[in-house]
Design a protein around this ligand. Structure first.
Ligand code: NIG
Ligand code: FE
Length: 414
């Protein structure tokens, strides 16, 4: 099947580099005006000015009229906690009244309240909740999602969460990249026996999950209220030995919690980094670890300590932007809203933010050769926006705009 998207006013290709963008490259979107895309069997076979592509469009091609609007790659959301039961609206209310996220966690709420609900939910319930949240993301243009376990913290529920992710991926159209996050917090039944919990993850759960092929990445929450650097190292080295790649929740609340370790272990990403120092950035730089910035969790926790994104760009780090969608610190499914926060609160330009949320995010998931840009050979994951100019994506804040969404060349607009 051959189709062509024609009459594209502004085509954001992000083409040209076989690696993530750094420094000034983040601003170079490889824009083409008056453009067209030719798609065959789900892949892009030509992208360029309409005047050049026109002769390649066969007479039987299905024509899609972009009505002079802006076309971009689908968003790649590289950090989400997509699967969970219930919500934390009651804690939202407590935080508004003055309680902090850490206080709520210390009194048994927070992550553990979602763990209790998730353990009690059936696989069917979890599947339908995850699909509902996935559809919110798809509606705002996300076509690839990294998603973590971490609300089970016991064998059966961690495996159930990962199976839900596998089912959602198989159902399509959105590609789901699964990550094991059993080291999210210490479950109540291991209170006072944290070393045993860490050993169980490293020696039993990771080998089982790896053998079942249920997770491509392993993540751990390295923080004062979660796991220290040595505990995180035990989990992640086991994961690496079993063939998983690594991501780390690092330095969200205190510097020195995870970035050096991410560098030491060759992790793909260090995520959060709200308290990152110059030393943090130099570790990431030396080891080529991509920082995944999650401004949604800063915003939704009512905090102001956004990570130092500008310094990261100037340091030459291949920054990624993600939603951190989860029921506690970031109940935000919309990548366009994350772009707005990145621009207004972290001073990324709209072009930098868009690169970070597409092609750089794709590289951080090992998918840079397949999605994240619109160039020949890539999967045709494409958004036709309501806007004519890509900057409007960030500028119209929380706009109820609906792009037309194509995954592998097929229109899936929900
Ligand atoms: O990325 N920081 C730890 N984990 C999540 C929050 C999960 C939750 O509160 O349920 C995060 O912010
Ligand atoms: Fe997270």
């Amino acid at each position: 099947m051959i189709s062509a998207i024609v009459n594209i006013g502004q085509l954001v290709t992000l083409a040209g580099l076989q690696r993530p963008r750094v420094g000034v490259e983040l601003r170079s979107l490889a824009l083409i005006q008056d453009a067209a895309l030719l798609i065959e069997d789900g892949r892009i076979v030509a992208a360029g000015a309409y005047a050049e592509i026109r002769t390649k469009i066969p007479p039987h091609a299905v024509l899609i009229d972009a009505q002079s609007r802006c076309v971009t790659p689908g968003f790649v959301d590289a950090h989400t906690h997509l699967v969970f039961a219930g919500n934390r609206a009651a804690e939202f209310e407590q935080r508004i009244a003055g309680a902090t996220y850490q206080q709520i966690a210390a009194s048994g709420g927070g992550i553990l309240s979602t763990v209790a609900l998730t353990r009690a939910a059936t696989e069917e319930d979890l599947f339908h909740a995850a699909r509902r949240h996935r559809d919110w993301m798809l509606r705002s243009g996300t076509t690839t999602i990294e998603a973590k376990s971490g609300y089970g913290l016991e064998r059966a529920t961690e495996l159930r969460m990962l199976r839900v992710l596998a089912r959602l991926d198989a159902e399509g159209p959105v590609r789901i990249v699964p990550t094991l996050l059993a080291a999210h917090t210490v479950p109540p039944e291991f209170a006072g026996r944290r070393a045993e919990y860490v050993r169980w993850i490293a020696d039993e759960l990771i080998p089982e999950v790896a053998a079942a092929g249920l997770a491509r990445y392993c993540d751990a929450f390295c923080d004062d209220h979660a796991f220290n650097v040595d505990e995180t190292r035990s989990v992640l080295t086991s994961a690496r030995r079993h063939g998983m790649q690594l991501r780390v929740h690092a330095e969200q609340f205190r510097p020195g919690t995870g970035a050096a370790l991410a560098a030491e272990l060759g992790a793909a990403t260090a995520d959060h980094l709200e308290t990152a120092t110059a030393e943090t950035l130099s570790h990431l730089r030396t080891a080529g670890v991509q920082p995944v910035l999650l401004p949604g969790s800063v915003f939704a926790l009512g905090r102001t300590n956004y990570p130092p994104a500008r310094t990261m760009v100037e340091t030459g780090l291949a920054v990624v932007l993600a939603s951190d969608f989860n029921p506690g610190s970031s109940p935000i499914a919309s990548m366009p809203f994350i772009l707005s926060l990145a621009c207004l609160q972290m001073h990324l330009s709209p072009a930098e933010a868009l690169s970070a949320a597409t092609i750089n995010a794709a590289w951080s998931l090992g998918l840079g050769g397949q999605v994240g840009s619109l160039e020949v050979g890539k999967q045709a994951d494409i958004l036709i926006h309501e806007f004519a100019d890509y900057r409007e994506l960030a500028y119209f804040i929380a706009a109820p705009a609906r792009p037309r969404v194509f995954v592998a060349g097929r229109e899936v607009t929900p």
